[in-house]
Design a protein around this ligand. Structure first.
Ligand code: HEM
Length: 321
């Protein structure tokens, strides 16, 4: 059989590639000859993936709870993947940045709308029982969620709102002492840190500090200001960043809060039985006012953060332009 000119050209290219590395092309062709064809299940490690659900109790709905957390963590990983691409891009421009933030927004849109799987997708009676076997583990301990925040904004924006002004010029280490989430997962009665929070601090502090230092000049806020100062056209980017801010700091937290209310609020006895945290005061976005890009919102929007206006408002604004 004669080789076509295209195949010959490819063989030449391969030969050059292997010669450059001091390798023998014929041996690699042997490898190709004997290798199995790839299957879908091997490629995506399907058997491993489907073996990662290990409920602690016999309640069937616990498996839903586990899988939805895993799905969420995969979406968080997708978001972080884009964060890294943006931060590490050489000669970053507004188009690339905007396209990547759009992807992250698509992930958070999916997460926000699918949260119904939690809110309406489990029997409350089962949930209230199986959750006792998971203590003190909590989604609060999601490290990836906090890493997305660190990549998205200046670190000072993640400091508790009562300390933001005072600590604006302090080191990352000092600011980290007052990061907003250290005021969550605390015992309602004593104000003490729960084991959930202590475990989380122990496992992730070093990693969070390293990432925060690494992102001082390459978090989304810093990069936006840099591109703007260079005179790049940043309006579409500003719009995507506003959406991101609303997804991460209003929409997703609200969907999540709904699930906490659905399963925990009407059951003071059970809440007390777990040590009872301050989640009712801590979770609603309007109390925390976590805002990545306050400079992209009006004073009134900042004032009403987490209240009535959400993505639909943004859409109206866009159509009005
Ligand atoms: C029935 C479903 C859920 C309930 C009842 C629930 C409940 C809670 C509560 C009460 C807190 C506050 C921390 C505390 O006081 O212990 C919390 C925090 C948190 N949960 Fe969930 N959760 C649910 C599902 C999820 C899922 C699926 C995820 C996905 C990873 C998640 C991620 C988080 C995160 C990231 C926080 C921290 C939020 C913040 O610091 O503002 N939760 N959750």
């Amino acid at each position: 059989m004669d080789f076509t000119p295209e195949i010959k050209a490819k063989l030449d290219q391969l030969q050059q590639k292997y010669t450059a590395m001091g390798q023998d092309m014929a041996s690699y062709l042997d490898g190709l000859l004997y290798a199995d064809f790839l299957t879908y299940w091997d490629y995506i490690h399907l058997d491993t993936l489907l073996s990662l659900q290990n409920p602690k109790t016999p309640f069937p709905d616990e498996e839903i709870f586990i899988m939805y957390h895993q799905i969420t963590e995969l979406y968080f990983k997708l978001a972080l993947h884009e964060c890294t691409q943006i931060a590490e891009k050489e000669h970053l421009n507004a188009d690339f940045f905007t396209a990547r933030v759009k992807r992250i927004n698509a992930y958070f849109n999916a997460l926000t709308s699918s949260f119904e799987v939690m809110v309406d997708g489990m029997e409350k009676e089962q949930f209230l029982k199986f959750r006792m076997s998971l203590l003190p583990a909590s989604g609060f301990q999601s490290g990836q969620y906090r890493m997305i925040e660190i990549c998205a904004t200046d670190f000072i924006r993640l400091v508790d709102k009562s300390k933001r002004l005072e600590l604006a010029n302090e080191t990352i280490e000092t600011q980290f002492k007052y990061i907003y989430w250290k005021f969550g997962a605390t015992e309602l009665s004593s104000g003490k840190q729960t084991l959930t929070l202590k475990q989380f601090i122990k496992k992730y502090s070093e990693q969070f500090l390293a990432l925060a230092k690494n992102r001082v000049d390459t978090n989304f806020s810093a990069l936006y200001h840099k591109l703007k100062a260079e005179g790049q056209h940043v309006l579409p980017l500003a719009e995507e960043l506003r959406k991101l801010d609303l997804y991460v700091n209003v929409e997703w937290p609200l969907s999540h809060y709904k699930s906490a209310v659905r399963y925990l609020e009407k059951d003071p006895v059970d809440v007390a039985a777990t040590g009872g945290t301050n989640w009712q005061k801590y979770l609603p976005p309007r109390f925390q006012k976590r805002i990545f890009y306050p400079f992209l919102f009006t004073e009134q929007e900042v004032e009403e953060w987490g209240k009535s206006w959400v993505l639909s408002v943004l859409k109206t604004l866009k159509n009005d332009k």
